[in-house]
Design a protein around this ligand. Structure first.
Ligand code: CLF
Ligand code: SF4
Length: 498
């Protein structure tokens, strides 16, 4: 997305569209350099760069009502879940193997399956070795914040430039509904007092990191009826303390996960509730909307998991020459940057054109915004078959800009013989997941899904295969506006899936 054009248009800035690159133009060069290839801290980077997590941290010092670290399933993707727990030495070996084989992997995060800072020796030893052996990899850690003030100084010594703190509340009364206990100074503390200590440590840790120049992202889990309204206050407070980005994520709570919230039937938010809250918080600070709620051993682009290619037995057999790998990685990164620059130039022209669209239309006919879903495997282009998509990226096009709204996961509609019997169900589920979207863009699509999408009021479009996403979305929006389609209200929305 062209930075200058968008900031002039006021579209992104006024709608607070998150970590989009327009916000980065105001930042000092040193900070822009830190986020440019971090797939979580920069929305644009997530189309091009990958991350990986190593699961070296088994213990946790608090209990959240949405967590059960015992649960594992190869289809499950959510924080805390892992297949193999690693020692620091194993983790380092795995990181070097992944970095050599997936050169677009730029960030190593430690995010669990417990709390990384409740396992400081294992976490810091992993970082220590990696900062020596793989200086081209960014190091990142995610924590509940309880132990953060105690290790903040140490983290800075290990060259950690990105830290995520999960902050679900700044009010202990709200916290008492989310955290049944914490383990603090060798004692288990329960109820409101526990939440009070946790909040105090989180805020202190945030301040310490900001003072030391670390970029802090705050993750918050949106729990309807518990902290939904309160998260606006959380956003305001953490922004005032210097957090770089706020990531409001939906609660995942299913009975089969065995979590307290899952068992008691606490529901997660709908797509619409999540978006409304993200928009409300965006008035206060940059919002992240592209989080995929990764496993604690995730490997690959956000939304994909290639962990099965790098299990312990497989990496044992890999011989890694990291000096050569680093040279190859630098070449790949340079290619990616050249492509990104070319895409920015192309998309910049599109936004000038969208702005002129608004001027050319009669005031009474200003076109309404439209949601469009996109099937992509990355690189910022439309390059995936509809039936192969495991998630769709949702964009909102308006007369002034195109903004990213979020990713929606779906079951694989077409994966060969094994799913054929379920195809209709999977397709129907996908269509429900795309609720609110009026167009779906993909590289290709079969006859059957085409018909069912159309019947559901979602226009399939395969005409923009291999084009940059935002440019294609803008082009379709312009066609819809010019043909008068946007003067009419959109088709009746389908029933929302919870
Ligand atoms: Fe990992 Fe987290 Fe670092 Fe990213 S994930 S430790 S900041 S490298 Fe990213 Fe995954 Fe969302 Fe986390 S998409 S769950 S925000
Ligand atoms: Fe689970 Fe993380 Fe909460 Fe600990 S802090 S209970 S690992 S979600």
């Amino acid at each position: 997305m062209d930075l200058k054009v968008l900031s002039q248009s006021g579209g992104c800035a006024s709608s607070g569209c998150g970590s989009s690159t327009d916000r980065l133009t105001h930042l000092p060069e040193a900070i822009r350099a830190k986020v440019n290839n971090h797939p979580c801290f920069s929305e644009d980077a997530h189309h091009h760069y990958a991350r990986m997590h190593v699961a070296v941290a088994p213990a946790c010092n608090i209990q959240c009502h949405y967590c059960n670290r015992k649960y594992d399933c190869s289809n499950e993707s959510r924080p805390g879940v892992v297949s193999e727990l690693l020692t620091p030495d194993q983790a380092v070996k795995k990181v070097l193997a992944v970095a050599a084989n997936i050169p677009q992997m730029t960030v190593l995060g430690i995010a669990g399956p417990g709390d990384p800072l409740a396992n400081p020796e294992r976490t810091l030893e992993t970082f220590r070795q990696l900062s020596e052996k793989a200086p081209d990899i960014r190091l990142c850690v995610s924590t509940n914040g309880l132990a953060l003030p105690a290790v903040a100084e140490e983290l800075c010594k290990h060259n950690i430039e990105h830290v995520t703190i999960t902050i679900n509340c700044v009010d202990p009364d709200v916290g008492a509904k989310i955290y049944p206990w914490i383990f603090w100074n060798n004692r288990r503390i329960k109820g409101r007092k526990a939440a009070e200590i946790l909040i105090e440590q989180q805020q202190k840790g945030l301040e310490m990191l900001v003072e030391r120049g670390v970029l802090v992202k705050v993750n918050s889990v949106l729990i309807p009826g518990v902290n939904d309204e309160h998260l606006k206050e959380v956003s305001r407070v953490v922004k005032a303390k210097g957090a770089f980005l706020h990531n409001v994520m939906p609660l995942i709570a299913e009975e089969e996960h065995g979590t307290f919230f899952g068992l008691m039937g606490q529901r997660g938010p709908t797509n619409a509730e999540l978006q409304t809250l993200q928009d409300a918080c965006a008035g206060d600070m940059a919002m992240m909307r592209h989080c995929r709620q990764c496993r604690a051993d995730a490997v690959g682009m956000l939304g994909e998991d290639r962990g099965h290619e790098f299990t312990l037995d497989k990496i044992e057999t890999m011989e890694i020459d990291y000096a050569s790998a680093m040279a190859r990685r630098a070449e790949v990164h340079a290619e990616i940057e050249a492509n990104r620059a070319a895409q920015r130039e192309q998309t910049g022209e599109t936004f000038v054109s969208l702005s002129s669209l608004k001027r050319n239309l009669k005031p009474k006919s200003e076109p309404r915004p439209v949601l469009m879903a996109v099937a992509t495997t990355g690189s910022g282009v439309i390059n995936q078959h509809f039936g192969h998509a495991r998630e769709f990226l949702v964009y909102e096009a308006s007369a002034m800009d195109v903004r990213f709204i979020g990713a929606r996961k779906v079951d694989l509609y077409c994966s060969g013989d094994t799913t054929c019997g379920d195809a209709e169900t999977a397709l129907q589920k996908t269509i429900r997941t795309l609720e609110g979207c009026e167009v779906v863009l993909c590289a290709k699509i079969g006859y059957e899904p085409w018909g069912q999408l159309e019947a559901a009021g979602i226009a399939p479009n395969g005409e923009h295969a291999m084009e940059p996403i935002e440019e294609a979305v803008a082009a379709i929006y312009r066609e819809m506006a010019e043909s008068g389609q946007l003067d009419r209200p959109k088709a009746e929305p389908q029933r929302m899936s919870a």
